[in-house]
Structure formats: structure tokens, C-alpha cells
Ligand binder design. Sequence first.
Ligand SMILES: C[S@@+](CC[C@H](N)C(=O)[O-])C[C@H]1O[C@@H](n2cnc3c(N)ncnc32)[C@H](O)[C@@H]1O
Length: 263
Amino acid sequence: MDSVTREFFERSDFNKSTLTNGAITPQTQYDIAKRIDAILSDKRPFLETCCGGGWLSARLCELNPRRIAILMDVSVHQARLARTLHPMSRAVLVGDATNIPLRADTVGAVLCSFAVHLFTREQLREVALQTSRVCADESAVVIITFLKPDIGQSLFDQFVEGYADADRARYFDFDEISQALAFGGWSPVVSERIHFDDSITVRDFCEMLYSRPFSTFQLLRQLNGEEWLSAQIESAANRARLCTHDGILRNERALSLLVFRKG
Ligand SMILES: C[S@@+](CC[C@H](N)C(=O)[O-])C[C@H]1O[C@@H](n2cnc3c(N)ncnc32)[C@H](O)[C@@H]1O
């Protein structure tokens, strides 16, 4: 994760109630959790890496209170947020997905939601190796992400343009993720699109969060914190990014759920 993004996650409550918990409604969160629940091992804990506020683990533990969740985030602030929001987790660790601080063969699955785009290809390969090390046999890696084609080519182009100078988001396609995961011996077994017809407009989103409608621009200012945004506000790239954020909230209706198994 680059230093600007890191700073953002260290300072922001973004994962508490915003993009993920806002644009993806509780109903969709449960739909996603139900699909994942069926994949998890009954015998071992699962690790959610890059947990942020930890909505996914929370939904999974609500579905099956006997499940043991280990949450991990590289950001101290996000880990604290997860611990506060979801005290039922067995453990919340501060740790890097490219260097997971767990012993070999300890977990039955590794989950990663909305974070793959924060890794370079090389880091994703590291993640593949690390997940392979900490996972027992028969385990799964579960990824939730926007895949490159699903995000819509024109939106994707704007997104890339918007991030180009900061070298931040890298939306991969299915093959790119599969190739990286293959480094850890992971093979794809499921690739499902999750349509969320209940996605909401930026206006409704703001009403929900702040009890008043905002423009996209105002929303991002609110979400990102003035300091983080001010460095970018002038650039055309940032304008493209504002559009894209607007688009994701308003138009994007397909996430991907990818499952990999060893072998
Ligand atoms: C967009 S948020 C997604 C949070 C949550 N998984 C969700 O679905 O809402 C990405 C999270 O990944 C974390 N992160 C980024 N790079 C990481 C790394 N190398 N190891 C662990 N966590 C990381 C960030 O701190 C942030 O909390």
C-alpha cells in the first residue's frame, strides 16, 4: 500500500459506515455472507485479511455464531475499528497480508474483501504464498472485488486515469488474479458475479450517512478528509475519480466472488 493510501486508512473511519457498508446494503452483505458460509470449514477459524471495519466477518459470525474469526488489517486504526465494531472476533491483529503473522496450517480459509486492488501484482503473489502457508489442506481463499471488465470499460478507464499518478488502484481481471494466486498453488473453483440491484445513489447515500444530500464532490471531501483530498483536488485526474466514485455508487451493479482452492 502506498503511503498516501496508508495515511488515508490510518486516519479515516471510511470503513465504519461508508462505501462498503453503505453502497452495499445489509441485505447484499447477508447474501454475500451466505454464499461464503457454505464454503468455510467447520473445523478451523477463518482469517479475514484487510478487514477494515470487518463487516464481512461480522455477517459470517451472525450466520454461524460458532465460527471463529481472526481479523487482520495493516492499519492500526482500522484494526481498532474492527475490534470496536465486532468484539466477538477471536482476535484482531495488526498485520500485513504479504507477511501474515500466523503459524503454518492454522486457518481454514482466508477472506479478502475490497482490497485486492490495493496490491501490486508482486504483492498479490506474496499474498498467495502467505495464504498458502497459513492455510491447512482443503482450505479456500475467498476474494470479493470489482473485476476489471465488471467495473465497465469506460468507468475503468476513468478509474485508471484517476489513479495513475498516485499508482493506487489496480483493478485486475480474473486471469490476472488467478495467475497471481497460482504462485501459492491456488486454483480457481468459483467465479460468481454478485448483482446488487439495491445499490443507491450518491444522494441517498449522503442522506443516509449525514442526513442531508451532498454532491459527489462534497461527499468525497467528507469521506476522505480535507488534507488527503486537498493534495489531489486540483488535478484533472481527480475529477475523473470523482466521476468514477459517483458511477460506482449509482451504476455499478456487479461484484465478483472468487474462490480458490489448493491444488
Ligand atoms: C477498501 S478497505 C476494505 C475493508 C473491508 N475489507 C471491506 O470490505 O469493507 C481496504 C482495507 O485493506 C487494508 N489493507 C491495505 N493493504 C493491506 C495489507 N497489505 N495488509 C493488510 N491490510 C491491508 C486497509 O488498511 C483497509 O482497511
